[in-house]
Design a protein around this ligand. Structure first.
Ligand code: NGQ
Ligand code: ZN
Length: 475
């Protein structure tokens, strides 16, 4: 599929790192980066966007396959359901998928994400093995399914093959339900090597991801850093950390150190790192992450869905910490909803309003959108300038569903409506590095992507029904 390529555009109103600006002529280079930006009345007759335009956000944390189980784990089955009982269902579901299913689900998800305000994705990919736990003939088979989904949809991919070897702190043996995730270091290195050429050809970025301090030991993380220096110097490194209180307790029980303390003990955490969730932090941990330049990968809707807890966003942002947002379990695909949930979690805790604004951006939505764009790009190993020279030519056009009704509202409020008013804006065009992937709300391959997804879901539900004698999914 080839998309229209734009060499520039004229924005009547665009959200830049300096705030909203009017009448901007912007030119794009062949690499999809912004080469020039100036205020004028469009002497070069570039294509004009009359509607407000915002930079696309990089979704910095996704497990694509979980999109297909969204909504299927909302039934109480235990006296107290929790993250851990959800995880059992997720493991059960992960044991159902073929490579073809993986590709169809990821393509359907990535299509939805493009229409949800995202132009990039960081896929934290840990389902590697065949159903019985043995590697595929091509061990990178399922990663290639993700590559294909990104190619078909046009979403900008940073792919993180995940290293996963244990079930808890202290190098405990993995469980049977984790068998599709498990690799040793040699197998992992072989997979990374096999992915380098196809990633380069397709323009994807590769990174490294120890799943968590539960799934990788300190020695293994040290070895992964050596592997990174050999194969992918300076690539992004992501890890799940301190999401659940139980993880903090297990960490303390193992060696007396909290998870984020353990991470800083063993790894050179810097701006190339992304700490996913980081929900439960001490004052010292908040300060250390903020100082390190690492990005915190917040997944507000999933964290709410799983009952994780509330991230200390006010403290962290006051110290200049970098953050981005991830759709994680993909229960929602709208960036606006993630940002709304992030702000509301702080309002509910502090009993205040307009909490996550800044002096530069008193509008909460513009502040959160801009910072999440920057943090997401940093976490993906991409330029983080936004709609400015050197930034990515990746943007989203916001179209009002009721232009007449909103005519009296300043156009600059479009993003406030998009994030905080349920009757938000639609996306019109979505341009990724200069390529128009969505035009007036439509993707050229959407019919096929929907049909492939429906076929995959039919196969999956048959397989689930066959295995699901005790009704663990759905109703
Ligand atoms: C995951 N998801 O890897 O999909 C994790 C659950 C775990 C989230 N934490 C598994 N949301 O952390 O052990
Ligand atoms: Zn995750």
């Amino acid at each position: 599929m080839s998309f229209d390529t734009l060499t520039g555009a004229h924005f009547r109103l665009a959200l830049t790192p300096e705030g909203w600006r009017r009448n901007l002529s912007v030119t794009f280079g062949p690499d999809g980066l912004i080469t020039g930006l100036r205020e004028d009345d469009n002497p070069d007759r570039l294509p004009v966007y009359e509607n407000p335009v915002v930079p696309g956000i990089t979704d910095l944390h996704s497990h694509a396959f979980q999109y297909a189980m969204a909504g299927l784990s909302e039934v109480r089955r235990n006296p107290v359901d929790s993250f851990w009982s959800w995880r059992d269902i997720m493991y059960f579901f992960a044991l159902t998928l073929s490579p073809e299913d993986m590709q169809a689900i990821a393509a359907r998800l990535y299509l939805a994400l493009l229409k949800g305000g995202y132009t990039g994705i960081v896929e934290f990919h840990y389902v590697h093995n065949d159903l019985d736990g043995t590697p595929y003939a091509r061990r990178e088979e399922l990663s290639l399914a993700i590559f294909e989904a990104a190619r078909a949809t046009g979403l900008d991919l940073t792919h993180l093959p995940v290293f996963y070897a244990h079930s808890n702190f202290g190098g405990l043996a993995p469980t049977e339900g984790q068998r599709r995730f498990i690799q040793d270091l040699d197998g992992y290195a072989a997979m990374l090597e096999a992915l380098r050429a196809p990633a380069r050809e397709a323009g994807h970025t590769l990174g490294i991801a120890p799943h968590s301090l539960r799934a990788a030991t300190p020695e293994e993380i040290t070895r992964l850093m050596e592997l990174r220096a050999d194969l992918l110097p300076d690539c992004p490194v992501h890890i799940h950390v301190a999401e659940q209180v139980k993880e903090v307790e297990d960490a303390l029980a193992w060696n007396g150190r909290r998870p984020v303390e353990q991470l800083f003990d063993i790894a050179p955490v810097d701006r190339r790192w992304c700490l996913i969730h980081a929900t439960h932090l001490s004052d010292d941990e908040v300060a250390r992450i903020a100082r390190s330049g690492a990005t915190v990968g917040l997944c507000p809707m999933t964290e709410a869905n799983l009952g994780d807890g509330i991230f200390r966003a006010t403290d962290y942002l006051a110290q200049g910490g970098s953050f981005g947002i991830g759709s994680d379990s993909n229960i929602t695909t709208f960036a606006a909803q993630e940002l709304q949930q992030l702000e509301y979690s702080q309002r509910l805790r502090d009993r205040q309003r307009n909490v996550l604004a800044s002096d530069a951006f008193p509008n909460v939505a513009a502040n959160l959108w801009t910072r999440a764009m920057q943090g997401g790009a940093r976490a993906a190993g991409r330029p983080e300038q936004g709609l400015a020279p050197g930034g990515m030519a990746s943007f989203v056009e916001l179209v009002s569903p009721e232009p007449e009704a909103l005519a009296a509202v300043a156009p600059e409020a479009a993003l406030d409506f998009h994030v905080f008013a349920g009757r938000g804006f639609h996306v019109g065009d979505v341009v990724v590095r200069g390529r128009r992937t969505v035009q007036a709300g439509h993707h050229p391959l959407e019919d096929r992507i929907h049909a492939d997804y429906a076929a995959a879901m039919a196969r999956i539900s048959e397989r689930l029904a066959a295995r699901d004698a005790d009704g663990r999914m759905g109703g």
